[in-house]
Design a protein around this ligand. Structure first.
Ligand code: ADP
Ligand code: MG
Length: 199
């Protein structure tokens, strides 16, 4: 054993301090950190870069089941569509198939795991238009529904859903999860558990 490897070995022993080896961070969660505030009910995550936003979406997608609804809010460029791409990839949609529904208003993706119904309500002006794009038939039905700008039609949203608020900060993005209903409280806790465990 040369001096270098002996030193490494020695350091490993020192670091273990009886608690076992320090787990390697999960590369799929790199750049995602929890911002806990015990005074608040909601959980915030800091997303350091574009990849972190996409991976946060993948994590949400991996936890989704048929009928789940995620509403994505935040200014233009906050990352709603990028996060949606992550969700889509997690349920087996080819990344290049996913495009912003800004003009189409709704896109449907046939993922290998489940369907994704991806809405952007920004350009809609009335409940008639909402009905016309099939919002009432599609949201909460089979597959997972992603609703960008759902806050423009809060009265039309299902009673239970996960609200994801994205905000732009100079260093990256903040994602806040606000669960409505027990199903989404469970998902929020799972997200927190994964990010905590991967940190
Ligand atoms: N965590 C991040 N840090 C820095 N830039 C990001 C981050 N997440 C996303 N972005 C950038 O922000 C933009 C988000 O665009 P998009 O997903 O289309 O936003 P939206 O759908 O909310 O209008 C992209 O240009 C992307 O590169
Ligand atoms: Mg968008």
């Amino acid at each position: 054993m040369d001096t270098h490897s002996r030193r490494k070995h020695h350091q490993t022993e020192n670091n273990s301090d009886g608690a076992g080896p320090v787990p390697e961070p999960d590369p799929a969660l790199a750049g995602i950190t929890v911002q806990k505030d015990p005074a608040e009910e909601t959980v915030r995550f800091f997303l350091a870069d574009e990849k972190a936003t996409e991976n946060f979406g993948k994590l949400l997608g991996s936890l989704a089941a048929d009928g789940d609804v995620y509403c994505l809010s935040g200014d233009l460029g906050a990352g709603k569509t990028l996060l949606s791409k992550g969700v889509c990839q997690a349920v087996g949609v080819e990344e290049e198939d996913v495009v912003s529904p800004t003009f189409s208003l709704m896109n449907i993706y046939n993922g290998k795991v489940m369907e994704v119904r991806h809405f952007d309500l920004y350009r809609l002006n009335s409940l008639e238009e909402l009905a016309d794009i099939g919002f009432y038939e599609y949201v909460g039905g089979e597959g997972v529904s992603l609703v960008e700008w759902g806050e423009l039609f809060t009265s039309e949203l299902p009673p239970e859903y996960l609200q994801v608020n994205l905000s732009i900060v100079p260093e990256g993005r903040i994602a806040e999860l606000i669960p409505f209903g027990p199903r989404y409280e469970a998902i929020s806790k799972e997200v927190l558990r994964h990010v905590d465990a991967g940190a």
